[in-house]
Design a protein around this ligand. Structure first.
Ligand code: PPS
Length: 309
């Protein structure tokens, strides 16, 4: 991806600023999606990946960018320069993202790249284009505990001026619990991929495990990708993908997205990168109400989420 492409992508967003707004959500098969995604969903569903393509699937704010960076570095043998060739969004396109005219959609970016591609999606498993399963594409699913995931999403919705207004925190919790945020219910999302992980050869990993022992998780991803890198290279990848390194990396921290879309003066994309920040947001009553509902929504499965490490 050339510097020209990067500049033209950024310029296109700026030029299209009058057509950028907080897009309403429209349900697709019951899942609320940003209107432009919903309107173009047939084209998104028809996308046919190559069997060498890798899918990174997450509920929004679960550790997507972190995993994209790890995978790109693994595929480039830890070469930091190669992985600074372009911002994350251009190195690893976002399958379903659809923006106003002149800003390339995820599909346009993907169609200009040769496989193997690292493809990001937030789609729940039932909306992932069937070609990924027919072609047996490898898939990494990253899950993050509900409370921290929601806190991160709340701050993101404040600064991402294409997402619906989050409104006050108090009400946001209920929207999250009811599955009314973009890409729908966190509960159904994490359960959907969990239940299919063995049948579809999905590597299911946890944000909390990545924080606790990043090296172990980088090695887990490496093995899944059938790679074998030296200890030194693995160590370098762990350093290059630390929160601090990625926050300072202009090719990973989303600062290339203009302020009319991501207003990072409201909240940084690389905000805190911690486990347990939910404790600074939930009151005791909110936490108890959330936990009670969580038990009901998650009772059929036993996914080992941790809200602290
Ligand atoms: S998105 O918009 O859905 O693609 O966002 P996503 O990348 O999934 O999630 C963003 C949150 O992940 C944190 N992050 C990291 N945490 C730890 N280490 C590293 N390297 C890292 N990179 C990104 C980021 O800070 C967001 O979490 P919060 O809690 O808001 O800080």
């Amino acid at each position: 991806m050339s510097e020209d492409n990067e500049l033209s992508y950024s310029a296109a967003i700026q030029e299209a600023s009058t057509s950028i707004s907080r897009f309403p959500l429209i349900p697709v098969k019951g899942i609320p999606l940003m209107s432009l995604i919903a309107i173009n969903f047939d084209a998104i569903s028809a996308f046919c990946p190559d069997s060498s393509d890798l899918l990174i699937a997450t509920y929004p704010k679960a550790g997507t960018t972190w995993t994209q960076e790890i995978v790109d570095l693994l595929l480039h043998n830890g070469d930091a320069v190669a992985c600074r060739r372009a911002p994350t969004l251009l190195r690893s396109p976002f399958l379903e993202i659809w923006s106003p005219p002149r800003i390339p959609s995820g599909l346009e970016l993907l169609n200009k790249m040769a496989p193997p591609r690292i493809i990001k999606t937030h789609l729940p498993i039932q909306l992932v284009p069937t070609g990924f399963w027919e072609n047996k594409c490898k898939t990494i699913y990253v899950a993050r505990n509900a409370k921290d995931n929601m806190v991160s999403y709340y701050h993101f919705d404040r600064m991402n001026l294409t997402q619906p207004e989050p409104g006050p925190w108090e009400g946001y919790i209920h929207k999250f619990m009811r599955g009314e945020l973009s890409w729908g219910s966190w509960y159904d999302h994490v359960k959907g991929y969990w239940e299919e992980r063995e049948k579809r050869n999905i590597l299911y990993i946890f944000y909390e495990d990545m924080k606790e022992n990043p090296r172990r998780e980088v090695e887990r991803i490496m093995r899944y990708l059938d790679l074998s890198l030296s200890d030194d290279v693995i160590g370098r990848i762990v350093e290059l993908t630390s929160f601090k390194a990625m926050k300072e990396n202009p090719m990973a921290n989303y600062t290339f997205i203009p302020k009319n879309v991501f207003d990072q003066s409201i909240s940084d994309f690389m905000r805190k990168g911690e486990v347990g920040d939910w404790k600074n947001h939930f009151t005791l009553e909110q936490s108890a109400e959330f936990d009670e509902d969580y038990e009901k929504q998650m009772k059929q499965v036993n996914i080992p989420f941790r809200t602290e490490i």
